[in-house]
Ligand binder design. Structure first.
Ligand SMILES: COc1ccc(Cn2ccc3ccc(-c4cc(N)[nH]n4)cc32)cc1
Length: 244
């Protein structure tokens, strides 16, 4: 998979060269290219922003550099998917991560200032699939942190990136885990600062362990994210529970 990221702060994407995503890049599972948007400016000051039509605070990113960047990165006839980071985008979730993991080419536009001129998305959509994407209901200063999150989330789903694909199946929000949150995990020592590992996990009884883990996942999901509960697990009675 080829991933292109365009930003005025390309160094912000340096962490992608670390850890699992970095290994996937080294082994060629992912071909990552990070570009400086200013390479598509032509004035002495390498200007990427201008004042907003209609007034208002802040500056807006000019369409011309973005248009030229996308012309170069996505030649006519290329099958590519453009993701534009924005606080007003569709919520990013595991389903979209799985879709992106199957794409041959993804281009991620990281804006700054008050965002990118709306015509960039409009024009790009005439020749590629465009998604304006948010990573949550909070406001960042630009799209780079969102790009790091999204790339990590879909890269780990690419076959060969994660050593043990079985671990993907049991994770929170994974489709095969019917949207339950992940159960609590423990490792050695069995006793730590007076806190014991739940006995069942030391029993070696796999049936009981599986049942206990499912119960904990349902309990956690009911408490923290009831909207994710499958119908079969919903109970309406009010239950007093610890706030943990
Ligand atoms: C109109 O209101 C604003 C518009 C833009 C901004 C700053 N900014 C500029 C580009 C950009 C790209 C993504 C994001 C972002 C994404 C999520 N989930 N939160 N924030 C923020 C971004 C602040 C406020």
């Amino acid at each position: 998979m080829r991933v292109d990221v365009v930003s005025i702060f390309p160094d912000y994407l340096a962490p992608l060269r670390l850890s699992l995503v970095g290994k996937a890049i080294e082994t060629g599972l992912i071909d990552l290219a990070v570009h400086d948007l200013r390479d598509w400016t032509h004035d002495r000051h390498r200007t990427v922003d201008d004042t907003p039509y209609g007034g208002g605070a802040g500056m807006v990113m000019r369409p011309e550099p973005w248009g030229e960047a996308l012309d170069d990165l996505v030649p006519a006839g290329t099958d590519a998917r453009l993701l534009i980071m924005t606080p007003s985008g569709r919520p990013f979730d595991q389903r979209l991560a799985a879709e992106l993991a199957a794409e041959p080419r993804v281009i991620i536009a990281c804006g700054r200032y008050e965002g990118i001129d709306a015509r960039v998305a409009e024009h790009a959509a005439t020749r590629m699939r465009v998604d304006e994407v948010s990573i949550g209901d909070y406001v960042l200063n630009g799209g780079e942190a969102a790009a790091l999150v999204i790339i990590e989330a879909f890269a780990r789903l690419i076959p060969g990136v994660i050593g043990n694909p079985e671990s993907l199946a049991e994770e929170s929000h994974s489709a095969d885990h019917d949207q339950l949150l992940e159960y609590p995990v423990y490792t050695k020592p069995a006793a730590w600062r007076g806190l014991e590992v739940p006995e069942v996990l030391l029993s070696g009884h796999h049936g009981r362990i599986t049942a206990w883990r499912h119960e904990r996942a349902v309990e956690l999901t009911r408490r923290r994210r009831p909207e994710l509960l499958p119908d079969a697990e919903r109970t309406d009675e009010l239950e007093v529970r610890p706030a943990v």
